[in-house]
Write a protein that binds this ligand. Structure first.
Ligand code: BGC
Length: 383
């Protein structure tokens, strides 16, 4: 029984008690009520009924496609260098401190269908972060979902970005704060163009949401691509042991996620391209690590959420006006391949050749991997 049920039962009982008492008084005391007394009693009943009605309407579940949606919109992909935090906070003054918003507290007065943590791995991209926040808050509010933005920033601002560790740390911290039923990992430089692309998860499959990206001529990139925006239930994310902690610099950890999902026979689907379209914010792209293909072939799926504590520490966790800020020390840059080679040199020849065989076998893995299916069933309902 939820809070609303309890509330409604309490109000109904009050009304019943009130009416019964009135009848008993009339029957046994012979009191004849004056018109004023009866009018007052009537107005008390009306107030009680109004309270009951308000409670019922507040607890109405939000529509799957709320009338606040606007559909496809033009998204400016250039960074506005003049945009300041003060200006943005003024523009988004309806966002509660900490960047967590619920439709119950807005004029929508409805219970959200989706309760979603948005995890944004981040390092030294302030102008893009401003543009992202300006766009995403309005976008998610139109969808009438309960959401919170977590910006997970790497404290060691060297060029060696470790996105996997940031995403794992963001997941752990967000789940500690609230029991989110859906966690969406979101690049700071991709902006959704159509709010009918509802930000939610599916218990039956992981959702790779960037089906049509301007940078890839409005396709999802290659068949096994998992980068950009990906939605997991906490159970799905834990089952694959999160992202790998072993990819340094740019790229690779999302390809590894694709193989983790295949390994666990967990399906991935993409929403229909006509809704799941994205604009990328222009910026200079970071370089891909030469090691990343090699790390990918190592298939270290035991590494991830479960081993996260070996590498990183949370430096700070605080609420900022438009988001929750998690500052993470990802530990010193330790190239995975060098470390792995060192270990291999100390083990027997047998193990060395076994490692080689695994590497060769998985060489063509990327191109031969299964393509991701479209999530047409879920999206058709909305079209
Ligand atoms: C990288 C991925 C990235 C993709 C698309 C690949 O080469 O390994 O991490 O998401 O390119 O940019």
């Amino acid at each position: 029984m939820n809070r609303t049920d309890v509330c409604q039962i309490a109000l109904c009982s009050t009304l019943i008690v009130f009416v019964v008492e009135l009848l008993l008084l009339t029957l046994f005391s012979g009191i004849v009520f004056s018109p004023t007394t009866l009018t007052m009693a009537g107005s008390t009943l009306t107030t009680a009924r109004a309270t009951l009605t308000t409670h019922i309407s507040v607890d109405k579940v939000c529509d799957e496609l709320p009338t606040t949606l606007v559909g496809r919109i033009y998204v400016n992909n250039t960074v506005d260098e003049r945009l300041t935090w003060q200006q943005l906070e003024g523009e988004l003054s309806n966002v509660p401190y900490g960047g967590e918003w619920r439709p119950q507290n807005s004029s929508a007065h409805c219970l959200p269908r989706h309760v979603v943590a948005i995890i944004v791995p981040y390092m030294s991209r302030e102008p893009q972060l401003l543009v992202f926040l300006r766009h995403i808050h309005r976008f998610l509010q139109r969808q009438q979902i309960h959401y919170c933005i977590y910006v997970v920033e790497q404290a060691n601002t060297t060029k060696e970005f470790n996105k996997g560790r940031l995403m794992n740390a963001g997941f752990e911290e967000a789940m500690r704060q609230h029991h989110w039923s859906c966690v969406i990992f979101h690049d700071v430089d991709v902006l959704p163009e159509d709010d009918r692309n509802i930000y939610h998860c599916d218990n039956h499959y992981v959702r790779h949401m960037t089906t049509a990206v301007d940078r890839y001529n409005y396709t999802g990139g290659y068949a096994a691509h998992m980068g950009g925006v990906a939605a997991f239930t906490p159970e799905q994310y834990r089952k694959v042991n999160g992202y790998s902690n072993l990819f340094w610099l740019w790229g690779g950890e999302d390809d590894d996620m694709h193989f983790r999902l295949n390994h666990h026979k967990m399906p991935v689907k993409r929403p229909l391209a006509k809704f799941a379209t994205y604009t990328t914010v222009r910026h200079e792209h970071a370089k891909k690590s030469k090691d990343s293909e090699k790390v990918l072939r190592m298939k270290k799926y035991g590494d991830g959420l479960k081993t996260l504590r070996n590498y990183m520490t949370i430096v700070r966790f605080e609420k900022r006006p438009l988001y929750h800020w998690i500052l993470v020390d990802v530990g010193p840059f330790t190239p995975t391949i060098k470390t792995a080679n060192k270990v291999t040199r100390n083990v027997s020849t047998d193990n060395k050749s076994k490692a080689k065989r695994i590497q060769n076998k998985s060489k063509s893995m990327k191109n031969n991997s299964k393509p991701i299916k479209n999530d047409s069933k879920a999206t058709k309902k909305r079209s």
